[in-house]
Ligand binder design. Structure first.
Ligand code: NAD
Ligand code: TDX
Length: 348
């Protein structure tokens, strides 16, 4: 059985990727390597934790010795790398943890793969999961990020992800490591940590707390349902070409304020509140420092070359997401106790 290492598999996107690979690829044994930071939660994987082709490994990608040992002792055919510090606001208050995990951690994995695989790269693949934020921001409607767009990272988070992307490409060029990279737009869906816009709003709506909209709510994001991202990763891992980059996006742009209003109306219905009641909770707060105006992905290459398209309409995805949070109050309760309280009170 081929062994595949997935890093960051206890986090939001990683847990959906792990579930997909464990369920749809019984030909693989999936090793989920995760440090279980505040963002990692094994509850996300309860349904598959006893699957015969699944093993969890607790560990930190910043620990080079540990990573070398893990990778040299296991004959991994593929490494799908998602572990990261992922929240832009946290990168503004603590950039160094982003350098350590996103840059140093990625280079540790690249080094270990190179040393272990030596020049025997046949059938191996290092898949680096990245973000559209490396391309900077867009201003003009109708313009999109393509795979040829120059890098222009503008937050400590995107600078760390851009740096890791460059290292991955450098290892391909210098050592011929078989790599593939994808850059995806904003994900949403079940298991999303409630520091990010959509789950934070859902959490606050349920609790009738203020809904903090940064600035005037005019920034634009392109939203993709997380399971569609997991499908794209599956497709690229198997059919993508070494050395290539694939952009992944939903062609689903929303101004933040419009998105929050849609969510408020949906939650009025779900919670049996009067129409318009929830949106009274909207509160405009100080803008994020260096807040990127607009991200929008052109995913033509992925759809034309590999046949991937998002499967879900946004309305359906948003309703599935809201229903998941309403049905999983205990999950939300667990992740918003303890340290989350301190994070939230420091933010506002
Ligand atoms: P997340 O914060 O929900 O999860 C990150 C996971 O990585 C957690 O389980 C955490 O415990 C683990 N981790 C963090 N530091 C680690 C370390 N030093 N060693 C081992 N494990 C560690 O993040 P996410 O939103 O699921 O994002 C996953 C990946 O996808 C990231 O690389 C991110 O840059 C990328 N991405 C995210 C989005 C998005 O909208 N969330 C969009 C595009 C790309
Ligand atoms: O309380 C909030 N109020 C608000 O107005 C929060 C948390 C966010 N926002 C705004 C900021 C952004 O314009 O909403 C938008 C989305 O914010 P986030 O959910 O923090 O996502 P973003 O900064 O766009 O980054 C996300 O997408 C790309 C992920 O967190 C990254 O990991 C991914 O790479």
């Amino acid at each position: 059985m081929k062994k595949i290492l997935i890093t960051g598999g206890a986090g939001f996107i990683g847990s959906h990727v792990v579930r997909r690979f464990v369920t749809y690829h019984p030909e693989y044994h999936i090793y989920n390597l995760d440090a279980l930071t505040y963002a990692g939660n094994l509850e996300n994987l309860r349904d598959i934790e006893n699957a015969p082709n699944y093993t969890f490994v607790k560990g930190d990608i910043v620990d080079a010795e540990f990573i070398d040992k893990l990778i040299s002792e296991n004959d991994f055919h593929g490494i799908i790398h998602l572990a990261a510090e992922s929240h832009v606001d946290r990168s503004i208050t603590d950039p160094m943890s982003f350098v350590m995990t996103n840059v140093v951690g990625t280079v540790n994995l690249l080094n270990a793969a190179r040393k272990t695989w030596k020049d025997n790269f046949a059938g191996r693949r290092f898949y680096h999961v990245s973000t559209d934020e490396v391309y900077g921001e867009l201003h003009d409607p109708g313009t999109f990020f393509t795979e040829e767009t120059s890098y222009d990272p503008r937050s400590p988070y995107s600078a760390s992800k851009a740096s890791s992307d460059h290292f991955v490409r450098a290892y391909e060029n210098t050592y011929k490591l078989p790599v593939v990279i994808s850059n995806c737009s904003n994900n949403y869906g079940p298991n999303h940590f409630p520091e990010k816009l959509i789950p934070l709003m859902i959490h606050n709506i349920i609790q009738s707390k203020p809904l903090p909209v940064y600035g005037k709510g005019e920034n634009v994001r392109d939203w993709l349902f997380v399971e569609d991202h997991a499908i794209a990763i599956d497709v690229i891992f198997h059919d993508g070409k070494n050395g290539e980059t694939y952009n992944i996006g939903g062609h689903n742009e929303w101004k933040n304020l419009d998105l929050v209003l849609v969510l408020c109306r949906l939650m009025d219905k779900k919670l049996g509140r009067a129409d318009g009641e929830t949106e009274k909770l909207i509160t405009y707060v100080t803008d994020r420092a260096g807040h990127d105006l607009r991200y929008a992905i052109d995913a033509t290459k992925l759809s034309e070359e590999l046949g991937w398209k998002p499967s879900l309409q946004f309305e359906e995805g948003l309703e599935r997401t809201v229903d998941w949070y309403l049905a999983n109050g205990e999950w939300l309760e667990n992740v918003t106790s303890g340290n989350y309280q301190k994070y939230y009170s420091d933010m506002y």
